[in-house]
Ligand binder design. Structure first.
Ligand SMILES: [Zn+2]
Length: 120
């Protein structure tokens, strides 16, 4: 007997992956062990646990600020041109984090809306 028979897929549960396409806690499997997402058994799309995007946003902003500070420090105080490289790393982090934030935030909001409608 697997977990999905014990768990009602239409009962909101933050600890279970939630498929934004199906709007259900569908069955899921892992395509590759290092993937950050599970794959939904019903629609084949990405499914993952709904998490509040706020703590991640704070950490992301801190990391990006710290990276930019390091680049600034290298260029001005140490007179080291590798600071330009550090800046580009900071930009890359910012890009990755904002993409992550957008998809997580969207997932979180649609889960919250759905959870409100399905509260039992
Ligand atoms: Zn699905």
């Amino acid at each position: 007997m697997t977990e999905k028979f014990l768990h009602n897929p239409s009962k909101p549960d933050k600890s279970k992956p939630w498929s934004p396409n199906c709007k259900l806690h569908t069955g899921y499997y892992s395509k590759s062990p290092d993937s950050a997402f599970y794959t939904c058994e019903i629609c084949g799309g990405k499914t993952w646990k709904p998490t509040s995007p706020i703590p991640l946003l704070i950490v992301s902003v801190l990391i990006v600020f710290f990276t930019f500070f390091m680049g600034y420090f290298a260029l001005t105080v140490m007179n080291d041109t590798r600071g330009y490289f550090v800046f580009s790393v900071g930009l890359y982090f910012g890009y990755m984090f904002s993409r992550n934030y957008v998809s997580n935030g969207k997932h979180w909001r649609s889960f919250r809306k759905w959870a409100k409608e399905n509260r039992q």
